[in-house]
Structures are given as C-alpha cells and as structure tokens.
Design a protein around this ligand. Structure first.
Ligand code: SF4
Length: 338
C-alpha cells in the first residue's frame, strides 16, 4: 500500500489522478497538520475517505513506545519492515521544542562513543520515514537531524525530507531552524554547498588530531580533515551560515591541550562556534580496551577555558535525556523502564 506522508502535494496529485488537484491539496494540508488517517480529513466526502483508506495509507510507520523524562521524550518508531528507529523531542525549559530525527536504521560510521555506532547499519530511511518522525512528534520550533545514522550518507532522502519541511506551500519550516549534524562526509558537504538546501550544518569534529579522530570515528579514515575543511569553507561561502563544531568530550581521551590546539587550527578561516557535549555514558563502550568515561567537571572547565583562550566561541550542551537514554550518543539503548 502506498503511503502519502512525506510526498509533495504534486506527487500526491499524480498518484490520485484522475481525482481533481484540489483534493490532493486538501489531503496534503491534513497531513502536515498531523492527520494520521483519512477519517480525520473531515472536508473529504465519506465515500472518498473510505476509498482512499482502501488504496492508500497516510503513515507507513507507527509509534512503538514512548519514554518520558521531564524535558525529553524518546519515541521508538516501528517501520513497516519491522525495523525500529528512535526520535527524540527536547524541551529547553522555556517551552521551545526541538525534534531530533534519525536518517538511517543503525549507522555505518561506527563512532566508538555512540551506541548507534555499535548497532551496525541496516538500511537508509526514505524521506517519508524521516518526515513521519516529525509527524509522530507534532509541532516543534527546531529540527535537528542528529539521531540515528549519518545524514550525509543518505543525502538524497535527507534533501527530500528537508524540502518537505521547508515547502512554502506546506509546513514552511525555516531552513535556519533545521540543523544537520555530520561526522564529516566531505562529498556530502560539497554537494550541499553546491545544491543546497542551506540548512545549519554541524560537524561532529571530536578532535582535529587526525590519528585520534580516526580511532574514535572509523568512517573518517576516508574523510581527511583537509578535504572536510575545504568543503565547509565552500558551504559557508555559498550559504552564509555559521558552522557548529561539536566536540563530544570523552574523559581522558580528547581533552588534551593538543586537542584544543588542533581544534583552534581547524577553526581558522571558518566562522564557527564550538559546542561541547560532555559524553553521555553508555555501558560497554570503549577505546582500545579501556572503557570510556565522562569528563570530570574540572577537566571540562579547563578544556573550555583553553578553547576560549584560543579565541573560540564555546557553548555547552545540556545533559538532557539521559533518564530515557535519549541523550546524544545514547540512541539504540533500550530504556530501563517503559
Ligand atoms: S555519532 Fe552519529 S555518525 Fe557516529 S555512529 Fe553515532 S549516529 Fe553514526
């Protein structure tokens, strides 16, 4: 059965032909307002709703379970082939909501500090499956594509989903409020620089010591920092957007002075902000046989101080979502209580 969520109005019109175009417009509007079945589309005649529900579905996925932790909600979503993905909604405490969406089932990047990286890679999500995560969550202020998977290894479906979110005749979500986080797939960054969409881009830099980076993020063995930087400069030139450099901070690993200096060197020539993410613990994750640990308070403070002394703008990300294993790096961990 064909599902309609995630399709542009024009595509719905083509699928529903010979139904008149205004019907596609009505259906498209209901979908972006969150209707998950045809019965909710009350301006369609009953007979049409019945006919549509026999031939099409609105959503291809369904909510499997929801895990709440004050400011964070983790939603486990079952796809129509039985695979499961996770999406997270974060409240910043001022009732501004951010949806964190996934782009793949599992992830091929294999970052040692990330639970999703240990799951291996099953498949790419299609654009509808990316959009549906948003529809399951409901209206939010910001979208970050930082969930399971490496978005730039699924670029065409990501692009289609972003175009759906930003469609001026549809959801009309501002590109400025969409952030895509990548571990640094330079071909993908070039592609975005040349063809858009000009969303906000975050590079999960971790360290700019290339040897250590390759140990922590195996996929980067084929993604040299020099090429990533060239691609970022082009993206920045074409989009005018500031880049975020994310540093998941691992106690005793990437908190050295040489990591700070390497980051400062990498940041030269980029308009950027460094976002420190003190590592969110996941049992069993290790580097070369040594379990990973959170950075100490002083260790984090000293690291930030050194970055600032090197003239970098620094922000720190809250440890939100740990209670439901919904924090950065924890997707794929089954929460203790449902
Ligand atoms: S941090 Fe991102 S890119 Fe790395 S393994 Fe996890 S989901 Fe994949």
């Amino acid at each position: 059965m064909i599902n309609l969520a995630g399709l542009y109005c024009k595509e719905i019109e083509e699928i529903l032909y010979p139904l008149p175009g205004y019907r596609a417009k009505q259906i498209y509007k209901w979908i972006i307002r969150g209707a998950d079945n045809f019965d909710k589309m009350t301006d369609l005649p009953n007979s049409l709703r019945l006919e549509l529900s026999q031939r099409f579905s609105v959503l291809s996925s369904k909510i499997d379970s929801v895990h709440d932790d004050k400011d964070t909600k983790k939603i486990v979503i079952a796809l129509n082939d039985g695979a499961k993905i996770e999406a997270v909604v974060l409240n910043d405490g001022k009732d501004r909501l951010t949806a964190c969406l996934s782009t793949q089932v599992g992830c091929p990047a294999g970052c040692v500090f990330c639970k999703t990286g240990t799951l291996g890679f099953l498949r790419n999500l299609n654009a509808s499956e990316i959009v549906e995560q948003y529809l399951h969550i409901g209206k939010v202020n910001n979208i970050v594509i930082m969930g399971m998977g490496e978005p730039l290894l699924n670029l065409e479906q990501l692009r289609k989903a972003v175009c759906f979110f930003t469609d001026p005749k549809g959801m009309n979500f501002s590109r400025k409020r969409i952030t895509v986080s990548t571990c640094g797939i330079y071909e993908g960054i070039y592609n975005l620089a040349q063809h858009g969409p000009y969303i906000r881009l975050a590079l999960s830099l971790t360290t700019a010591d290339e040897n250590l980076r390759q140990k922590l993020m195996p996929v980067t063995k084929t993604q040299p920092l020099s090429k990533i930087k060239e691609a970022l400069i082009l993206f920045q030139k074409n989009s005018g957007n500031r880049i975020t450099l994310e540093i998941p901070l691992l106690g005793g690993v990437n908190t050295r002075k040489e990591d700070v200096l390497s980051i400062a060197e990498f940041a030269k020539g980029l308009e950027c902000v460094v976002n420190i993410i003190p590592w969110n613990p996941v049992i069993g994750l290790e580097l070369e046989g040594k379990p990973l640990i959170e950075p100490g308070k002083n260790e984090t403070a000293e690291f930030i101080k050194l970055l600032e002394q090197n003239k970098l703008k620094v922000t720190t990300r809250y440890k939100k979502g740990r209670g439901v294993s919904g924090a950065c790096g924890q997707l794929g961990v089954v929460p203790a209580a449902v």
